[in-house]
Design a protein around this ligand. Structure first.
Ligand SMILES: Cc1ncc(COP(=O)(O)O)c(C=O)c1O
Length: 373
């Protein structure tokens, strides 16, 4: 972590930083006495796995977002893998994913032997483009993974398109705890939704973690089995699964954080309003503001400018997924997804998290106000 002393003297393109100014990070994991007590209590119970904390966390999370069932697991990536297995997706199948997202959205498909088919993003909202999705549906398409990118809910048309083609809709809600689309929370929009509790996310669990939710009653039982070697109540493995279980300590911390999530997301919304962002928000939806991004033709200068003010900023997904080396053999590796190619490297995220103090928010506002981009 950069210290105050290291920061003093940063002068690139601006006033020297004052010695008492601390760096403003893009994310600040929350930790308080209640989280600590919950973690210690789970540890001292001696029940470190497969206990009451994970069970309760799943139930409370499902209740909170309006899903039928939710099962905690080890990461957002594990949640996506479980979603693939739950829908029996494998070799010969295709799953449509956005070209601009964290790579795990696509690799989850590849890891089960299926083919991710990359669709372009919308120019206004940066989520997967429904028209492009529709044009890429074939007889092999089993599902679409829509990502609520940066916390912006994906288009409601995805639901209609999937229903009309008889395919499943998976939400990659890793960045969207608390987002709302047409009255439904992220987690209750698709057939299955996958959340991440990576420390920078809207809520976390004091380590790695994820959650899979479903709105389909017939998937709920299987979901519980999948994260535990596909075993049923008699401990017989009835289908292929593995150990994706969340530890009791992480679940206990997650339960405390879940109590704060609504107020944290409200604070993210207030902060984004304060920062007078220009992001267009989809109609009938509420953004969860995991990231607030500035679209700039000069992303490197924007990052240096914020750096000179002691504010972290970064481009999260400069390379569209199809162009990553891991997809060098993919049929779309050299293809252009025009909006992805145009936009992905230009989206600079700046801090919007709920732990920003009034003074820090003001510093970001001032930086934006005095900027020339
Ligand atoms: C959109 C998206 N999908 C999936 C993931 C994977 O989550 P995890 O890091 O918990 O495996 C992330 C996390 O960064 C993400 O942002």
């Amino acid at each position: 972590m950069t210290t105050t002393a290291q920061l003093a003297g940063h002068t690139q393109g601006g006033e020297p930083l004052r010695r008492d100014m601390t760096r403003i990070a893009l994310a600040k994991p929350y930790w308080d006495a209640e989280c600590e007590k919950a973690a210690v209590s789970a540890l001292s119970s001696g029940r470190w796995v497969k206990g009451p904390q994970a069970r309760a966390f799943g139930e409370e999370f499902a209740n909170w977002c309006g899903a039928i069932s939710a099962v905690p697991c080890q990461s957002g990536s594990a949640a996506l893998w479980a979603a693939m297995r739950l829908l029996d997706i494998g070799p010969g199948d295709e799953v449509i994913v956005p070209g601009m997202t964290f790579i795990a959205t696509a690799t989850a498909v590849s890891l089960v032997g299926a083919t991710p088919v990359f669709a372009d993003i919308e120019d206004e909202y940066w989520c997967i483009c429904p028209d492009d999705v529709e044009s890429k549906i074939t007889s092999k398409t089993k599902a679409v993974i829509g990502v609520h990118i940066f916390g912006q809910p994906f288009s409601p048309r995805l639901r209609t398109i999937c229903d009309s083609h008889g395919i499943s809709l998976i939400e990659d809600a890793a960045q969207a705890h608390g987002a709302l689309l047409e009255g439904k929370m992220a987690g209750a929009i698709g057939d299955i939704a996958c959340f991440s509790f990576f420390p920078s996310k809207n809520m976390a669990v004091g380590g790695e973690g994820g959650m899979v939710t479903t709105t389909r009653p017939e998937l709920a039982e299987r979901l519980k089995r999948l994260v535990d070697h596909g075993r049923d109540d008699t401990l017989e493995s009835v289908e292929l699964g593995t150990n994706l279980r969340m530890s009791e300590v992480n679940a206990a911390v997650g339960r405390v954080q879940l109590k704060h999530i609504d107020s944290w997301v409200s604070k993210r919304r207030e902060n984004s309003d304060e920062l007078n962002h220009s992001t267009k928000i989809r109609e009938n939806s509420q953004h969860a503001w995991h990231q607030l991004c500035i679209l700039s033709d000069e992303p490197t200068s924007v990052i240096s400018y914020f750096d000179s003010k002691g504010i972290d900023a970064r481009v999260h997904y400069p390379i569209p997924c199809n162009r990553h080396q891991v997809y060098s053999e993919h049929f779309q590796h050299e293809n252009s997804l025009p909006n992805c190619d145009l936009i992905a490297h230009k989206l600079v995220a700046i801090p919007v998290h709920p732990s920003l103090s009034g003074e820090e928010l003001q510093r970001i506002k001032d930086a934006l106000h005095h900027s020339t981009f």
